[in-house]
Write a protein that binds this ligand. Sequence first.
Ligand code: C2E
Ligand code: MG
Ligand code: MG
Length: 748
Amino acid sequence: MRRKNDTNGAQRSSSDALRLSEERLQCILELSTEWYWEQDENYRVTRIVGAGFGQTGTDPQQYVGAARWDHGAVPVGDGGSWDRHKAMLEARQPFTDFVFRRVDPRGEMRYISSSGQPVFDGKRFTGYRGIAKDVTASMRAEQLLRLEHMAARCVAGVDSASAALKAVIRSICETQGWECGRYFGWNDKAGVMAFTEFWHVPNPDLARFIEKSRELTYAVGAGLVGRVFQSGQPLWVTDISKESRLQKGIARDAGMHGTFLFPAVSEGKPIGVLSFHSKTVREPDERLLQAVGVVGSQIGQYLQRKQAEDRIQYLATHDGLTSLPNRVMFSQLLNLAIQSARRYTRSFAVLFIDLDRFKIINDTLGHDAGDKLLQEIAARFTECLRESDVVARLGGDEFVVLLQEAGEAEQVATVARKLLSAAIKPVVLAGQECRVTASIGICRYPADAQDEQSLMKNADIAMYLAKEEGKNNFQFYSENIKVQSLERLTLETSLRRALERNEFFLHYQAKLDLKTRQVTGVEALLRWQHPDLGLVAPVQFIPIAEETGLIVPIGKWVLQTACAQNVAWQREGLPPLCMAVNLSARQFADENLLADITAALEQSGMRPELLELELTESMVMQNPQRAIETLTAIKRMGVRIAIDDFGVGYSSLAQIKRFPIDTLKVDRSFIRDLAENAEDRAITEAIIAMGKTLSLSVVAEGVETQEQQTFLLDHACDAMQGYYFSRPIAEDQFASFLRQHLESPRSS
Ligand code: C2E
Ligand code: MG
Ligand code: MG
């Protein structure tokens, strides 16, 4: 009996214990925010108990029979993939605090944290059991905070606006459970919002939806995007398929339901709209709506900041006047062209264009007119070219064209002809109809050069040839033109630095009075000691200095130095001499000429009548009226004027009469052959005789022999200059030469 009682007692106590433990579990589950769950061997939920689940407001029965990954659930970690979790279950491992999210039947995003253990019946695996809780509130708070930080990080960490937007859209999608997001940016020019960036979970449907979005634009107030832009407020649409305000929409057609939009705001004004879609119905998430205020202005500020950067980038790569790409950008584009031509064995051409009379227009009509001309030319050149070609302004009146896929020389020539005729069309500037012409040099890839530097240099060389060929034409680069032009280019570059580097100096050539045998004058002749080339002759560099305008500052230096030297000799006790200084056409036309002469005289303290300026016939004949005015002004200062190289120009003595001049210098070419050439003798005789009748002093140049000297003396030529008497020499040599001559005039 006892035994029986004992047995009964044991049974009772074990069922009591079970009941007690059930009661305890019940109590725990009722008080706890967690719930208890069980799954079968296929991980399908078989049981859910606990008030904690009820707090989520959904019926637990919904989930019975489903696996954890059903109902569109997504793990929060593991990059959104279930693989790792499933592998763990297959390995029958316990897990703790595994967090996933899913949209519940009411359209709300819920985050669930679950922990579980495998269950075995003996050795047989029968499923899992464990507990879970809703962690939505804490996850949201944390995620929204992260979203704000992330938006700030995204926009700070990437260098392109597009990458920043994509990063922000992606992390909003991933953290907030949206399947896709798009950004529509305000386009000021078009006055609409246009699709600019997107992200979506990998899915062909969504890819198609995005493809369709690419063409979308929204006017202010149009569609949900336009409305959000207009109001500047976020907008939540629980189910877009039921949205009565929309008549149609590709989002709705694409099967989207939950939709959420908010503006990117800068300085209080919307600059674009972000829109997010979900295939499930989504209830408004107040916390998210609040958080996007911060996110939207972070994005807006970044995009605006970024726009300023883009503007700076634009300014750094474009020419402000013509809006064409500048040298920097051209160099980038040219390098890309080289790379791509190399890869696909294609050819292209670089055309260097220089306007021919630009400087004159700039100088005579003013800089505004010059600017207008450049803009006009830039527009015309652009019009001549295909979209794929590039025209850039290198500076000044220099343009450069990159002609893509230019295989045949004739193709390039056709474009060059088009450019020339575009340039020459008249343009009205400052009320005057003007024309400019252009000179074009062409270098082809790969035939003429294969790298940026050589392409540019060779095109430049070819352009110089075009100038030399009389301007308003184009020339192809060839090896032959390289040699001569290179020398010229080298000279031009170093000529620019010669003055500041003190590479110039003067030689002095004495002038001998034939009757008195006295040294009455001296001519200053410019010399250039080039650091590499050695002594460069004036005939080589003066034309370049003249063409580039460098002759003006150089000539001023000559004038100052010659006058100062003359005074220095006098201070040394030598007799006063007349100092002749050569003027070039450019200097003669320069408006500062008179001021420069005055300054040279004042600074040196030289008497004006000791200065003689040598000009050529062509200089005075170009614009006789103006020449007379200038010469008269110079004469009024007391300075003398000589016509150099006389006889080779086209002026007659009758014409020369009109100019207030003092001296005629008979060109060396007549003197050279006096002995054997009767015609030269006749011309020289005539010049001397006519000079006499005009009361001019006549000087013969280039006298190298006794015979020549005798002829000149016999025909009453006033003075002579030449190697026979003295070569041009340095100042100290000249001083000793002069002293020696004063002591024994006959011997020197
Ligand atoms: P130019 O003014 O007619 O100077 C005379 C040139 O003939 C000088 O050449 C002189 O050295 C050279 N010469 C003098 N006597 C003889 C001779 O007996 N036989 C030969 N064969 N030559 C003689 P250079 O110094 O080479 O100057 C050449 C030209 O360069 C000058 O011709 C002048 O037009 C120009 N030039 C020289 N210095 C200056 C300057 O400071 N300014 C400007 N604008 N031009 C200058
Ligand atoms: Mg001279
Ligand atoms: Mg001469």
